[in-house]
Design a binder for this molecule. Structure first.
Ligand SMILES: NC(=O)c1ccc[n+]([C@@H]2O[C@H](COP(=O)([O-])OP(=O)(O)OC[C@H]3O[C@@H](n4cnc5c(N)ncnc54)[C@H](O)[C@@H]3O)[C@@H](O)[C@H]2O)c1
Ligand SMILES: [Zn+2]
Length: 361
């Protein structure tokens, strides 16, 4: 539905809707009333977001430090204690206002508090709007790797208000564009080309271009998740770039942000797919060009190769010896593959990592 500058989209995803509309945050009281009547709300956000976004929710705001390090069991412990101190119980609803870190952490608190309470996703970073807030995967990181403790716990709704992107730093905007490029690469060749053609408008934050991007990515993610909510098959296509990307994030102790790590992971995994003959030669190089044109620096940090490779071995996708990897295919094709994950051996991962390093210079 389009009326003036207001765009409303609803994706029925199992039990919840995703709504994208400029100004939607001002309607949070109505969403809470509709989706969790009689539940006492609490907002969870990070310190940076709290400075910019003031959700009109009648309840306490629990603030965590910004950054990936907050996706931890220590924060989970602190938040659950604070909720208990404040007298929250089963008839409570959490409102996650922030990027993917706040969303994943809040979702995990909601999954476990009083054996599970409802929560609303209100993503404020582009990455969370196009990807992290949708799909119900929640969790925290451990010293062994990313997202190793978590739960499937779908939100009761996702409220996306693109107007809050005005305060998002450029680097974070670009991190979000990486997941959108991934969606195109994995599921929709036309979208993959559209992002490239509209990069100037996207980087200039033209509202129409950003709204289209969010809408198309939400539709792609929602469709893939709906086909395999518990991630036993097709949903793994969304993990393209993430086997090596997650390892890089962890090995860099989260100095490399999720979006940028995913971009480097996609380049490395595309190279691996090229060597296996799964994609035409040149995909890895083409991705480097696309990401650089989107303003991503793609700098590989000065960490030893063996640290990254050890982290790949620790990733949750690595079970029983072989490393599972959702290797990219030709643009648009991976989402149609019934078994997106293929086993790769350590030597191939090492070679892929070194080749990506050389390509990125
Ligand atoms: N659950 C999933 O399916 C899923 C999917 C993709 C990514 N993720 C997770 O999401 C995380 C990355 O998300 P992210 O990139 O949003 O990180 P993030 O939550 O750290 O947000 C990025 C930065 O932007 C700031 N910020 C957010 N909104 C802002 C705004 N409107 N104005 C100003 N600053 C703002 C935050 O304070 C933070 O510093 C990773 O932990 C990743 O594993 C989860
Ligand atoms: Zn991701």
């Amino acid at each position: 539905v389009r009326s003036g500058d207001r765009v409303t989209i609803r994706h029925r995803l199992g039990r919840y809707d995703v709504e994208v509309r400029s100004g939607a945050i001002t309607d949070l009281p109505r969403y809470l009333q509709e989706l969790a009547p009689g539940h006492r709300p609490a907002v969870i956000t990070d310190r940076t977001v709290a400075r910019h976004v003031a959700p009109p929710v009648d309840g306490p705001t629990l603030i965590v430090p910004p950054g990936e390090r907050s996706k931890s069991r220590a924060r989970w412990l602190d938040l659950t204690d604070r909720l208990l101190d404040l007298g929250f119980g089963r008839r409570s609803v959490l409102v996650a206002v922030g990027g993917g870190v706040v969303g994943d952490l809040t979702g995990f608190v909601a999954a476990t508090f009083s054996r599970g309470i409802p929560y609303l996703q209100v993503p404020t970073s582009l990455l969370a709007m196009v990807d992290a807030a949708i799909g119900g995967k929640t969790g925290v990181n451990t010293a062994h790797g990313k997202n190793l403790v978590g739960a499937f716990h779908p939100p009761i709704g996702v409220v996306i208000d693109p107007s809050v992107l005005a305060t998002l730093p450029d680097q974070e905007l670009r991190n979000g564009l990486v997941e959108a490029v991934k969606h195109g690469l994995v599921a929709d060749a036309e979208y993959f080309a559209w992002i490239d053609a509209h990069r100037a408008a996207l980087l200039a934050r033209e509202p129409g271009a950003l709204a289209t991007l969010i809408r198309r990515s939400v539709a792609i993610k929602a469709a893939i998740v709906a086909s395999d909510e518990r991630d036993t098959g097709r949903r793994a296509a969304l993990n393209a770039g993430h086997t090596i990307g997650h390892a890089l994030e962890a090995a860099s102790r989260f100095r490399v942000r999720h979006g940028e790590a995913t971009a480097i992971g996609l380049v490395a995994e595309a190279g691996l797919a090229e060597r296996r003959g799964l994609v035409p030669k040149g995909l890895a190089r083409d991705l480097v060009r696309r990401f650089r044109d989107l303003g991503l620096r793609l700098r590989v940090p000065a960490i030893p190769d063996r640290a990254v490779l050890a982290a790949v071995g620790h990733d949750k996708k690595a079970g029983g010896g072989a490393i599972g990897c959702a290797l990219p295919r030709a643009p648009g094709a991976l989402a149609r593959v019934a078994e997106p994950v293929v086993p790769v051996d350590e030597a191939s991962v090492r070679q892929a990592w070194r080749a990506a390093r050389a390509l990125l210079g």
